[in-house]
Design a protein around this ligand. Structure first.
Ligand code: BV8
Ligand code: ZN
Length: 250
């Protein structure tokens, strides 16, 4: 890790009065949660993420799609927040921080982060596909085989619909209240950290560009190159769970 860049990034964090933090699937990688593209193994290995994470796929084959989400939910329930999540929660004890996550897990919250906006929904908020009635999962952790299996989704208790995952699928609009709060957090922050996202999915990936247009400094943390490096003030090539504790001692 480039120590000069690390020191510069730590100084920007230290100097900032309020920080916005955009996170992607890479944030949860060290908790053992495969990134979005890596979750396509076994039964789903010959799918493209966009083919599976959309409403049409669910309507066409609800057992295939529900099985994938239950396997992912099981992994999240068995996972723990990693040092990167904990460092972000610690930072929020020192100054106002808003986490804007593309992730559908609850690891930021379980690490102690209070202000978390879920741009793409949550695995823990399923609802009826037809009437939208919320569904409450049974308390036990699903025991899904590695590589997953087809699984019938629960039926809605209010109508003859089926329960769908509480996530934002490709082709679906992001929750407008969450989107507007996220844009506001970007406008009000004086530093943006963007961590563990391939910066491919829109409109989430447009948020760093918005920050740049408003003259906000940007720090990118990712083991590999992403487009946002081009607009970043500092890029730290490393893992979230390794870099963040060096930036935010806790
Ligand atoms: C919409 C929930 C319109 C589901 C997800 C404009 C231009 C081009 C395309 C579009 C556009 N506008 C809309 C589109 C279409 C589409 C889109 O963006 N397609 C892309 C692929 C081109 N967008 C949409 O459909 C959005 N909807 O715009 O609707 C609309 C408007 C009005 C009315 C009606 C409709 C909805 C997008 C949301 C899709 N849902 N998630 C689920 O989880 O199942 S997105 C999903 O994929 C994830 O949430 C994640 O955000 C995204 C990418 O997944 P990954 O690649 O795994 O993760 P990530 O990108 O974060 O990459 C991993 C990174 O981590 C890598 O960089 C890696 O290097 C790094 N890493 C690895 N290990 C570590 C690490 N980093 C740190 N530490 C480590 N240890
Ligand atoms: Zn219903």
């Amino acid at each position: 890790m480039d120590q000069t860049n690390l020191k510069k990034a730590a100084a920007l964090i230290d100097y900032a009065k309020s920080i916005a933090i955009l996170t992607g699937a890479g944030m949860s990688a060290e908790s053992g949660i495969p990134t979005f593209r890596d979750t396509l193994t076994g039964l789903w290995s010959n799918f493209d993420p966009e083919e599976l994470a959309n409403r049409r796929a669910f309507v066409q084959d609800k057992e295939l799609v529900w099985g994938w989400y239950e396997w992912r939910r099981m992994m999240v329930l068995k996972a723990e927040p990693n040092p990167g999540h904990l460092a972000i929660a610690k930072l929020a004890e020192q100054k106002p921080c808003t986490v804007i996550t593309q992730n559908v897990d609850d690891l930021h919250e379980r690490a102690g982060s209070k202000s978390v906006f879920h741009l793409h929904g949550s695995l823990h908020q399923p609802r009826c596909l037809i009437c939208g009635a919320p569904f409450v999962f049974p308390p036990e952790i699903p025991e899904e085989p590695e590589g997953g299996r087809r699984l019938p989704p629960p039926e809605c208790g209010e109508c003859d619909g089926y329960i769908r995952p509480g996530v934002v699928w490709f082709g679906e609009e992001l929750p407008q209240d969450v989107w507007h709060k996220s844009v506001k957090a970007i406008s009000q922050c004086d530093l943006l950290l963007t961590i563990g996202t391939s910066s491919l999915v829109q409109p989430a990936a447009s948020l760093p560009n918005k920050a740049k247009s408003l003259g906000k400094p940007i720090i990118v943390i990712n083991p590999s190159y992403t487009e946002h490096e081009r607009i970043a003030n500092i890029t730290l090539h490393g893992k979230a769970g390794e870099v963040l504790p060096q930036l935010i001692p806790y």
